[in-house]
Design a protein around this ligand. Structure first.
Ligand code: GLC
Ligand code: GLC
Length: 827
């Protein structure tokens, strides 16, 4: 069953019924002010940090699941039936609508509905450069008689710290404060003391009333589905003193037959200078001088239109950096629109705020953010640069890394700490990707501190060297890297041995960690060390140009380290038909024929082949064939087999999940693109693209009732074949799947990838594809690429502006050249 359709020309997904299997959400905002919004206008907003600066309240795991959001109620004042009030977004009133449509676009959502001849359209978005969101409601009276309507807006304010807000009631029920001045509602809890920020909620119309106290609006013992005020048509004009501050405007409109009217609401965040918080200064009244100009600007329809156009063109410019036209619509749609969009959302949110991540629990992951960068670096190179420097500044002097940091403070998070031994290696991949994309070798010279401690600064390149060294300093009995608390698989906790309920698998360590080793980290190390060698080679040859302040180890140092690790993998990490996964604290192998459960894992097959192991001697193909036989399903490739049927003290969280879910043999989508890349590496384009389509959300659109999550973005997990709900997706939006799939399809299947010396074109596409086209901006130059097949292989022959070139890397053009046309023939 389908619940909607793609409108590719508008870059929108159009949801045709409010009753999707799960809330299907979108994100508003792309700089500092953000919101989550569902197809029924549920969700919440925050400034920069979903935990520490939450503007509106949202109760996770609610009943119904999605209750609370940016709500509007319409009340037909002349109707006499009991159902005279409705929500144009269907929720929360759930009054039946005559029509409904939700369009999720790039940074905006438009909900359109009709009831009894009253048509409404609400456009929600955050203007570029502003810390506010706009809800623009357009009402049209399609009746042949006049309509007398009341409009009520409703949001519930959060008392800023979302964690405290949902737990510390003895204090919080007494601190809520608001002001209502000139029809604007200001939420100023804690403004009297240490906060210099407040929220405001304004409306373009003269108000017939307002409310700021939740129970005055709802009525005791009532919920958002039928507020008392909406029922009676009379606001209570309540002022919140403690309890639960809300914002609700009441606007009364008369619409003649055929008449249309726009009503604008804006919800925003504002900071005042610390010494100018109050007006008059000795009072406790918010100084509104700096906020009023912003308010009056965006309460004008023309400004709203202008801002919306600004947002649209922002996205057009971003997405135009890479567009493709292939024989497969799912590839086009994801590459050109949704996958790129999702990588930007992971840039903004990391893993903090989605409908599955509460915005409270996790900061920015070191490993996650470095991988996310691989997907968005070509879209926003300047911000990727800043992200790299922020991440590196949380690295420790040992070369290790805090596993997470808080975006507001940019400091490493002590609660989770460090010791995830794969973490630092991802920084090497991120920096290499950034320099290949931009040619900005200067970043390697940027002084970056360790653990944000002034005085410890070292050029970024030194951080990379320490990342590599971190692994070399921590090798185990077989010469493989020690796993620490976990590697990429957060749930493979080989030093944890936790038998007490409630302990964190990620931070509990009952073993000294000197035995358990990871083949995955070994493979990742080979990949990173080879990247380091290549980067270093380019640095060596440019030494005079970039004025390096650090001593280089020769590139051969890293190549040797990579090749030593390769030999170790072949010795201790190869099982005959696939790569092994790890050695546990007893020195026993995992991910081997010798195991009863967990005989084969996906991660080392992907990463080792990506690192080049076995690509020339058939062993890579063998490993990938094993993946196909043991792990592949029609819904994607599962993480391991056989699933763990019980809890293994020495394996940790992985065996805590019921079989088929999450890391215990779920289709953990993040790992699937590694297999696609590996298949491309061994030249099997059909297989690579086949795996690509299995988890491609657009290709799964028709499976709506099974898949259940949004058909326009990747989910972290699809239940594996051992699960009762095989094929069901969970944890949509914030997942490394977004970046890696983008890399797999664009760089390895379509084969268009940045290198230090130019743009490489080396497609490994399905045999049935006779051609495709791509347009890619690379270092300020537009490459128009036409690829045609004239044989069954993957050999390429390239002409650049009519001239044949050697190999498959298009050399960087002279400075004045801005457009390049490339013809590629695959034989
Ligand atoms: C989650 C984490 C990620 C980890 C993965 C596998 O997605 O965010 O860091 O690699 O799970 O455990
Ligand atoms: C849980 C999840 C895993 C995630 C980890 C992060 O263990 O299963 O996917 O990476 O939490 O804290």
């Amino acid at each position: 069953m389908r619940y909607g359709h793609f409108d590719d020309a508008n870059r929108e997904y159009v949801i045709e019924t409010p009753e999707t299997p799960l809330p299907w959400i979108n994100y508003l905002g792309s700089e500092s002010y953000f919101g989550l919004i569902s197809n029924t206008a549920g969700g919440y907003s925050f400034y920069k940090d979903a935990r520490l600066r939450r503007l509106t309240r949202y109760r996770y795991n609610n009943t119904p699941l999605d209750m609370g959001g940016r709500y509007i109620y319409l009340r037909d004042n002349t109707a006499s039936d009991s159902a005279r009030a409705w929500s144009p977004s269907w929720m929360p009133a759930r009054t039946p609508l005559d029509s409904y449509e939700c369009r999720h676009g790039m940074g905006y959502t438009i909900i359109h509905s009709k009831r009894n001849g009253i048509e409404s359209q609400t456009r929600y978005f955050v203007p570029m450069g502003e810390n506010l969101e706009i809800w623009e409601l357009t009402l049209t009276n399609q009746r042949d008689t006049a309509a007398d309507l009341s409009i009520f807006s409703a949001i519930e304010f959060n008392l800023w710290d979302a964690m405290d807000d949902s737990t510390n009631f003895q204090r919080n029920y007494s601190i809520g404060q608001v002001e209502v001045v000139d029809d604007v509602i200001y939420h100023k809890t804690e403004y009297r003391e240490r906060r210099d920020h407040f929220a405001y909620f304004a409306c373009s119309e003269k108000l017939a009333g307002f409310d700021t106290q939740r129970e005055s609006f709802l009525g005791s013992y009532r919920g958002w589905e039928d507020p008392k005020v909406v029922e009676t048509g009379q606001s209570a004009n309540s002022i919140a003193h403690g309890w639960q501050p809300i914002g609700s405007h009441h606007v009364r409109v008369q619409l003649q037959a055929g008449e249309q009217k726009k009503i604008i609401f804006i919800l925003g965040y504002h900071e005042n200078p610390k010494d100018a918080k109050f007006d008059p200064p000795e009072s406790q009244v918010i100084n509104k001088r700096t906020v009023l100009p912003i308010l009056s600007k965006y309460l004008k329809a023309a400004e709203v239109d202008k801002a919306f156009e600004g947002l649209r063109s922002h996205w057009t410019n971003l997405l135009n950096k890479f567009q493709v036209h292939t024989p497969d619509e799912h590839t086009d749609r994801m590459v050109n629109i949704w996958n790129a969009y999702q990588t930007m959302i992971t840039f903004n949110m990391s893993r903090s705020a989605s409908y599955f991540e509460s915005g409270i629990g996790r900061g920015m992951g070191f490993r996650d953010s470095n991988q996310d960068l691989l997907g968005f670096v070509h879209l926003i190179p300047e911000r990727a640069r800043e992200r790299i420097l922020d991440l590196a500044a949380t690295q420790l002097e040992t070369g290790g890394a805090y596993h997470q940091y808080q975006p507001l403070t940019k400091r490493g998070n002590n609660d989770v700490g460090s010791g995830f031994n794969d973490d630092p290696l991802w920084l090497v991949l991120a920096v290499a990707a950034y320099v290949k994309e931009t040619g900005d070798f200067g970043i390697l010279n940027e002084p970056v501190p360790y653990d944000n401690k002034p005085g410890t600064e070292e050029p970024l390149y030194g951080h990379l060297a320490r990342s590599i060294q971190y692994t070399l300093d921590r090798l185990g009995p077989n010469g493989l890297p020690l796993i620490g608390r976990a590697d990429w698989n957060d749930c493979l906790n080989l030093n944890c041995f936790s038998d007490s309920p409630g302990q964190s698998f990620q931070t509990t360590t009952n073993k000294d960690g000197k035995v358990a080793e990871s083949v995955f980290i070994a493979g990742l190390f080979v990949l990173a060390a080879k990247e380091m060698a290549e980067l270093t080679k380019h640095v060596e040859s440019r030494k005079s140009k970039v004025n390096l302040t650090f001593d280089l180890r020769p590139s051969t140092y890293y190549l040797d380290a990579a090749s030593t690790m390769e030999s170790t993998i072949w010795k201790a990490g190869w099982d005959g038909e696939w790569f092994r996964r790890a050695y546990d604290d007893f020195g026993h192998v995992l991910g081997s024929k010798e195991n009863e459960e967990g005989r084969i894992f996906i991660e080392p097959q992907g990463i080792c082949v990506m690192a080049g192991l076995g690509v020339d001697d058939g062993r890579a193909e063998k490993a990938l064939d094993s993946v196909n036989v043991h792990l592949a399903t029609p819904h994607g490739v599962v993480l391991q087999q056989p699933a763990f049927s019980k809890y293994y003290l020495h394996l940790g969280e992985i065996s805590s999940y019921p079989p088929g879910y999450k890391e215990n043999a779920g289709i953990f989508c993040h790992t699937n693109p590694w297999i696609m890349i590996a298949e491309a590496k061994v030249g099997r384009g059909d297989k690579a693209h086949d795996y690509y389509l299995r988890i491609n959300p657009s290709a799964r659109e028709g499976l709506g009732d099974l898949h259940r999550c949004e058909p326009y973005v990747y989910a972290q997990m699809i239940a594996g074949k051992d699960a009762a709900t095989h094929g069901e997706a969970k944890n949509s939006w914030l997942t490394g799947t977004a970046a890696w799939n983008y890399v797999a399809i664009t760089q390895w299947i379509l084969g268009i990838r940045p290198t230090y010396d130019g743009l490489q074109v080396s497609p490994v596409v399905p045999g049935t594809w006779s051609q495709f086209e791509a347009s890619r901006e690379f270092r300020g130059v537009r490459y128009s690429i036409k690829v045609e097949r004239s044989g069954a292989g993957n050999q390429v022959h390239i002409e650049v502006d009519g001239n044949v070139i050697e190999g498959n890397v298009i050399p960087l053009p002279a400075e004045n050249v801005k457009d390049i046309s490339v013809r590629v023939t695959i034989k």
